[in-house]
Write a protein that binds this ligand. Structure first.
Ligand code: ADP
Ligand code: MG
Length: 253
């Protein structure tokens, strides 16, 4: 059984068919890159998996269980974590405190108890920070971190409730090329260690073709192709859709 199975989901906004009859599967431990030009429907697809949007048609199954249209919090409790394009951390709190907040939330404690809960699962928070190579900066306020380091903290926070599936919508947006590859190599290692599935969107073709196990290509709301990075790179329709972009340049270089 697939960890995630998407069956013919569609979503329209007024007259715009943002996502149209899209189906794909993702296995535990697998990294699937969902790629496509701006406006292709990637974020809308993510939002239908995470519960921020309900599909007009189709089904979303998590390990065989129908989660279509459930609210985000319910889907999160079933083991679907996500990171956002804009890093969401509390700038005034330290790195470790941010992860402790995420652990509190995973334990369903109330945020307003924070002053009394500053010692909450400190060791677990530090262990999560170790996984993202941020333990040395545990005591620094997030406001002082480099952007790439904030993204690592955000990844540790997303891992706090031990998700089975992690959704990452443009996790490397705003990062330098070398940092992008490093963050996704780290994410890949963590996904494999935990047998966690990862669905991510990404514009850097170095990251997509270097890190993804499989690639799904969306164009104008429809799934154009899916397969191994090699198969996608060699697909004439995909090259046509990406004409003039890095995908084609990289191939002909
Ligand atoms: P991507 O993430 O691939 O760039 P999106 O899923 O954000 O694409 O958008 C797909 C299409 O749906 C675009 O035409 C976009 O303008 C439209 N769209 C997305 N969200 C909304 C919304 N909340 N209301 C109206 N139109 C939207
Ligand atoms: Mg988007």
């Amino acid at each position: 059984m697939s960890l995630l199975q998407i069956e013919g989901i569609s979503k329209a906004f007024g007259g715009v068919q943002a996502v149209q009859n899209v189906s794909f599967r993702l296995q535990a431990g697998e990294l699937l890159a969902l790629i496509g030009p701006n406006g292709a429907g990637k974020s809308t697809t993510f939002n239908m998996v995470g519960g921020q949007l309900a599909p007009d048609r189709g089904r979303v199954l998590l390990a065989g269980r129908d989660i279509t249209g459930l609210p985000p919090r319910a889907i999160w409790r079933l083991g679907v974590g996500r990171t956002f394009q804009i890093a969401q951390t509390f700038a005034s709190l330290t790195v470790a405190e941010n992860v402790q907040m995420a652990l509190l939330s995973a334990d369903r404690r109330i945020f307003s108890w924070w002053p009394r809960a500053a010692g909450h699962r400190r060791a677990d928070a530090l262990a999560l920070l170790e996984q993202v190579d941020m333990q040395a900066q545990a005591g620094r306020p997030c406001s002082e971190l480099a952007y790439g380091d904030v993204k690592r903290v955000e990844l540790a926070m997303a891992l706090a409730h031990d998700p089975r599936l992690l959704l990452m919508d443009e996790p490397t947006a705003g990062m330098a090329p070398g940092e992008r590859v490093a963050l996704m190599q780290l994410a890949r290692r963590i996904a494999q260690e935990r047998r966690m599935g990862m669905l991510f969107t990404e514009h850097s073709m170095d990251v997509v073709f270097g890190q993804a196990d499989r690639v799904a290509v969306l164009v104008r709301g429809q799934l154009l192709a899916q397969g191994t990075p090699q198969k996608i790179r060699d697909d004439a329709r995909v090259q046509q859709a990406y004409l003039g972009t890095g995908l084609v340049r990289e191939r002909t270089a």
